[in-house]
Design a protein around this ligand. Structure first.
Ligand code: AMP
Length: 210
């Protein structure tokens, strides 16, 4: 099964992806993670990506689509995968349809007023886990692997504002795109726990698999 995880920044795509990876063995492919690894490695793609990421803008489609296309050519995708952060606009979705077969798009719906606090309070670990400061009680290390937690460079109020604008202007139209394809599964994520969202996703997937 190949899934897209759609949702605004702060919707919890990464958190749901790691829970889904554990339960269903699906491969987690995050374009944001790929860009961050390139930035860390000082590659040309990393340098280019950083200039957009720092402004809360999308990295050009040509570069992003090429990265995803190459990634989906590897053998390990055969077990099924989740795309987290791709596609992010209609052009990318149309391109994706040319080189991949997507079964379902899981749209994690969060009220806009909750997003800014969720992202600016987010602390992440290199292992992929993320936390909200309010739940850390002063702890600075990851409960899963003991790694040091940090705030992503683009999780600051100014960049987040731009990222949200990018999301509502360019990415949210994908909800309709996948609805029209009959592939949309929308789950609600309010002030409840990630486990509650996960339950909704699992119920939706069970329906789909039937
Ligand atoms: P994320 O980790 O998904 O929040 O992505 C971090 C940043 O990477 C985004 O704000 C974009 O600048 C860039 N990015 C990630 N995925 C894409 C994509 N599919 N298309 C263009 N830019 C992307």
């Amino acid at each position: 099964m190949n899934i897209i995880l759609l949702g605004a920044p702060g919707a919890g795509k990464g958190t749901q992806a790691s829970m889904l990876a554990e339960k269903y063995g699906l491969l987690h492919i995050s374009t944001g993670d790929i860009f961050r690894a390139n930035i860390k490695g000082g590659t040309e793609i990393g340098k280019l990506a950083k200039s957009y990421i720092d402004k809360g803008l999308l990295v050009p489609d040509e570069v992003t689509c090429r990265i995803v296309k190459d990634r989906l050519m590897k053998d390990d995708v055969k077990r099924g995968y989740m795309l987290d952060g791709f596609p992010r606009n209609v052009f990318q979705a149309e391109e994706l349809d040319k080189f991949a077969k997507i079964d379902l798009c899981v749209n994690i719906d969060v009220e806009e007023r909750l997003l800014m606090d969720r992202i600016c309070g987010r602390r992440v670990c290199a292992c992929g886990e993320s936390y909200h400061v309010s739940a850390l009680n002063g702890r600075t290390t990851c409960a899963k692997c003991g790694g040091e937690l940090y705030r992503r460079d683009d999780d600051n109020p100014e960049t987040v504002k731009a990222r949200l604008e990018t999301y509502f202007g360019q990415t949210a139209p994908l909800i309709d795109f996948y609805k029209k394809q009959g592939k949309l599964l929308t789950v609600q994520s309010g002030e409840g726990s990630p486990e509650e969202v996960f339950k909704q996703i699992c119920a939706g997937l069970a329906e789909y698999v039937k």
